[in-house]
Ligand binder design. Structure first.
Ligand SMILES: NC(=O)c1ccc[n+]([C@@H]2O[C@H](COP(=O)([O-])OP(=O)(O)OC[C@H]3O[C@@H](n4cnc5c(N)ncnc54)[C@H](OP(=O)(O)O)[C@@H]3O)[C@@H](O)[C@H]2O)c1
Length: 226
């Protein structure tokens, strides 16, 4: 891994990933909206920034050229297929053989075998409807984005984050294939460690075509499972 692109670099998760990729000595290209370029000033002389919407195929084509790895923050903002457009642009334009790592939440299910609590399911259903009505967020489109990734023969990993909190790193999160597995019960990960898992996945071939659901390694359920 020599050159890595972070798509959604200006967000909280994105900035952590940029920092961790630089710490590993990778050359970093970041994509973010034009208005958010200022959020990356502390990295300014160490990364290349390609400003623009992450669902613009031309922006993505330019940013991922020559990259061995692409870290994509999938966000379903607005009602304009932002997530699926972003995922599609990465799938279409990343270098052949590049490691593609995408972020999403536990609500995404790869094989339908996740076991969600009644509370979780109701929360997602209500949030999906309300957010769509308000035209702010299109959670369905993140589902569509992941469907396209799961169907692709690229070297992808979809990292499914639990609820997140800020705080110092606790180390690499633990993971399981299905929500509902006891190890995940605590449903809490430090955001900095979500980023760590994404960056580590770039060089972990055992995660190719996996959709790990993650939880903090020091969370109660993770400790109980050890
Ligand atoms: N938040 C949670 O509790 C949680 C839980 C589980 C999984 N996740 C997953 O974690 C990832 C990051 O989530 P996060 O909550 O931590 O967010 P985040 O890192 O702060 O990232 C938000 C991203 O969305 C962009 N954005 C914000 N408003 C936008 C708009 N109107 N149009 C286009 N882009 C916009 C931001 O770009 P700008 O810098 O340009 O604003 C930024 O890149 C996502 O894949 C999410 O599904 C989150």
């Amino acid at each position: 891994m020599e050159k890595v692109c972070v798509i959604g670099a200006s967000g909280k998760l994105g900035q952590y990933m940029v920092g961790q990729a630089l710490d590993r000595g990778y050359e970093v290209v970041g994509v973010c909206r034009e208005r958010s370029v200022g959020k990356l000033t502390r990295f300014a002389d160490r990364i290349t920034v390609v400003p623009g919407p992450t669902n613009d195929p031309e922006v993505i084509r330019k940013a991922v050229a020559g990259c061995d790895g692409v870290l994509t923050v999938l966000v379903p903002w607005g009602v304009r297929q932002y997530s699926s457009g972003t995922a599609q642009a990465v799938l279409d334009h990343a270098e052949p053989g590049a490691r593609l790592v995408f972020s999403c939440g536990w609500h995404i299910s790869r094989d339908g075998l996740d076991r969600y609590s009644w509370r979780f399911r109701t929360g997602v259903r209500v949030a999906t409807r309300l957010a769509k009505l308000a035209r702010v967020v299109e959670i369905d489109d993140q589902v569509e984005a992941c469907r396209r990734i799961f169907d692709s023969d690229r070297r992808w990993t979809v990292v499914r984050g639990s609820d997140l909190e800020e705080g110092e790193s606790q180390g690499l999160p633990v993971w399981s294939r299905h929500v509902g597995d006891p190890i995940l019960a605590s449903n809490l990960t430090r955001r900095v460690d979500f980023a760590l898992f994404m960056v580590e996945a770039l060089t972990d071939d055992s995660l190719v075509r996996e959709a790990p659901a993650i939880v903090g390694r020091l969370s109660e359920s993770a400790l109980a499972a050890q």
